[in-house]
Design a protein around this ligand. Structure first.
Ligand code: ADP
Ligand code: ADP
Length: 222
């Protein structure tokens, strides 16, 4: 689904990530961890082709990103849902309009099951609210709903619980686990080891760790 072969990334002359080879299989649940500044966000950007590898290859759905046109990359990205830590909503649009924005931008019609999606993330009562009226936890769940609006096969989340308390973090994790059980591939970048431990107690997860510019599979020593 997503595969890296000897992929490296440098900002200018500074090598940040080197010689990474691993793949994200359909239906899997991955965590990506490592200290702040290790390169988690950068690796996520490589995984959805916002950045291209300095060396080696990154393949999305079987195609190497550096052999694709911008249009092809934009098209493939619809199959990937992104949840950012800082959910950037347009403050003058309602939550429903914000969540549906990726469809609007792509010229697609609204989903018939939008109400179900809102109910699933627990935002039915906030459908008409404006973003500034929402709590941190509600914003994160809205960001998840927006990431799911085009029914992606993979969801990549960058520190999704970075700004919310533990109770809200657990709730968000529960949603991501449910989503994975319904077949969506999930990858969460986080430095929150408690979140990883909690997930491990419920489902089989693989933990990738960035250490010394390399990506390793972490064992059971979390
Ligand atoms: P993490 O998500 O693990 O905190 P990042 O991928 O955000 O790590 O950043 C890794 C390192 O790369 C940091 O030292 C950061 O300062 C640097 N970095 C990130 N973006 C850029 C950029 N656009 N130009 C140069 N250096 C960058
Ligand atoms: P439950 O019955 O436990 O509430 P469902 O399986 O009915 O869960 O899912 C509720 C709604 O969540 C779905 O109808 C759909 O709108 C949304 N949803 C769940 N998974 C996905 C997904 N992978 N992509 C897009 N939307 C999803």
């Amino acid at each position: 689904m997503i595969e890296l072969q000897a992929a490296s990334y440098s900002y200018g002359h500074t090598a940040l990530l080197s010689d990474m080879s691993f793949s994200i299989e359909p239906g899997s649940f991955h965590f990506l961890t490592g200290p702040s500044g290790a390169g988690k966000s950068t690796l996520l950007k490589l995984l959805y082709a916002e950045l291209l590898p300095s060396e080696g290859t990154v393949s999305l759905f079987g195609q190497s990103v550096d052999q694709m046109s911008r249009d092809q990359i934009a098209f493939l990205r619809r199959r990937i849902g992104l949840v950012h830590q800082n959910c950037d909503f347009l403050d003058h649009l309602s939550m429903t309009e914000n969540i549906c924005l990726p469809l609007t931008v792509a010229g697609q019609s609204a989903r018939d099951d939008l109400d179900q999606l809102l109910a699933w993330v627990g935002l039915t009562h906030r459908a008409d609210a404006l973003p500034p009226q929402l709590s941190g936890g509600e914003r994160q769940r809205a960001a998840l709903a927006r990431a799911l609006i085009q029914a992606p096969e993979v969801v990549l989340a960058d520190e999704p619980t970075g700004n919310i308390d533990w109770e809200m973090s657990q709730r968000l994790l529960t949603l991501l686990i449910e989503l994975n059980k319904m077949g969506t591939t999930v990858l969460i970048a986080t430095h929150d080891l408690n979140l990883i431990r909690l997930a491990k107690s419920e489902i089989a997860v693989r933990v990738l760790r960035i250490k010394d510019r390399q990506v390793q599979f972490a064992g059971s020593d979390l």
